[in-house]
Ligand binder design. Structure first.
Ligand SMILES: [Zn+2]
Length: 388
């Protein structure tokens, strides 16, 4: 072997070793299961494939947690994990399922609405594979994931994504983005079939109000707000007034869902079912393009000097100081906003009550942090633990 060939062979060997080491990490992440301890009001865990059979055996056959009071009332549905790189959704979903006590009506929770997106990572951006919350019994751990479904599960992407049924043309990769694929269709690609299954659930189970949990970069104008379909505007407006006046140091606004922008929950769920459709946003500095080191600390503590500097130049749509946007603040805001919207819903539609106890509000979450809200799956009976 001459010298050049030796260098080439050496380079090939090094690449194989690096790819194997990296590949092993990604393979482990794809197989990691998130344990959910079924709380006092969970009566059933259904699968999304009961509503769209083609999802059986796919990455997106999500668990649907049904919390029932056995007192007649309405049904509120919460979606976490629409965009997996926004961790507040799955965290809030676990808090609700493990702790909520229903006193009237039903609460339905999905932790991993686009599960496939949580099974891989964003190419080239060095995202952490997992995030953790410390508890008294050890670490509670979730996969982080990317914004859209994995190309391993949904491939190939079209040249142009033609949204069904509006025929609006969207960016090709948005066919894997759950929040561009509503209301979906049974013969579509994976994420269109996922939203179709969720729509079928919403229609058949007569969901009264759907809440989709998100986070957004501070550079993005739709921030710290409730985006509402026409059918949910009164609830959103009243809730935002009360939360801003009584609870949140940083106000929460209301945005009206644009009628001509298709594929989003707050538009299509309201247009294609009787459910009032709301989407919540809260600030997550790790999503900002101008961020510094992209690690779990930034994800969970929400502190970043580069994003803070952008704030000094008035480039952001949310305040940013050295306190940042820690995970407790973000989770606390979403929990309070859920509870407030349910309260307003109960005032406006008193014959379909949904009463949820056992869920802390903003101030309590900020003070006590998150650890106390999770149960130890190793101490729970096997039939009381589900995996996402
Ligand atoms: Zn989002």
């Amino acid at each position: 072997m001459d010298k050049t060939n030796k260098i080439k062979a050496g380079a090939l060997l090094v690449s194989i070793v690096l790819a194997a080491a990296g590949g092993a990490e990604f393979y482990a992440m794809r197989g990691y299961k998130e344990a959910m301890v079924l709380g006092p009001s969970v009566v059933e865990v259904r699968k999304l494939s009961q509503y769209e059979p083609s999802l059986a055996g796919t990455a997106n056959d999500a668990n649907i947690y049904i919390l029932d009071s056995s007192v007649p009332g309405g049904t509120v549905m919460i979606l976490g994990g629409t965009h997996p790189e926004e961790p507040v959704g799955p965290i809030a979903a676990h808090i609700l399922v493990e702790n909520a006590r229903l006193e009237a009506g039903r609460l339905v929770v999905v932790s991993r609405a686009n599960r496939s997106g949580s099974l891989y990572s964003r190419n080239g951006e060095a995202y952490p594979n997992y995030f953790h919350v410390e508890t008294e019994w050890g670490e509670k751990k979730w996969r982080l994931g990317d914004r859209a479904a994995s190309p391993l599960d949904s491939w190939p992407d079209p040249e142009v994504y033609v949204h069904y049924p509006s025929r609006q043309m969207l960016a090709y990769m948005d066919i894997r983005n759950l929040n561009r694929a509503w209301p979906g269709r049974p013969q579509g690609l994976l994420v269109e079939r996922t939203t179709h299954g969720l729509m079928e659930f919403i229609r058949r189970e007569k969901v009264d109000m759907l809440i989709d949990l998100h986070e957004a970069e501070l550079e993005y104008p739709v921030e710290n707000t409730i985006v509402a379909h026409e059918n949910g505007q009164e609830i959103a407006a009243m809730a935002s007034m009360m939360l801003t006046a009584q609870e949140f140091p940083v106000p929460i606004g209301v945005e009206f869902s644009p009628k001509a922008l298709h594929g989003l929950t707050h538009r299509e769920v309201g247009d294609h079912s009787d459910a009032r459709s709301l989407l919540f946003e809260v600030a997550e500095p790790m999503l900002d393009r101008i961020r510094g080191v992209t690690d779990e600390r930034l994800l969970m503590e929400g502190k970043d000097e580069f994003v803070m500097e952008a704030g000094k130049h008035k480039l952001l749509y949310a305040p940013m100081d050295e306190n940042g946007w820690p995970i407790e603040v973000r989770v606390g805001r979403h929990l309070s906003t859920i509870l407030q919207c349910i309260d307003v819903f109960n005032m406006m539609i008193p014959d379909r009550p949904v009463t949820v106890a056992g869920i802390p509000r903003y101030a309590e979450v900020v003070e006590k942090k998150l650890g106390y809200l999770f149960r130890d799956p190793s101490k729970a009976p096997a039939d009381k633990v589900a995996y996402d």
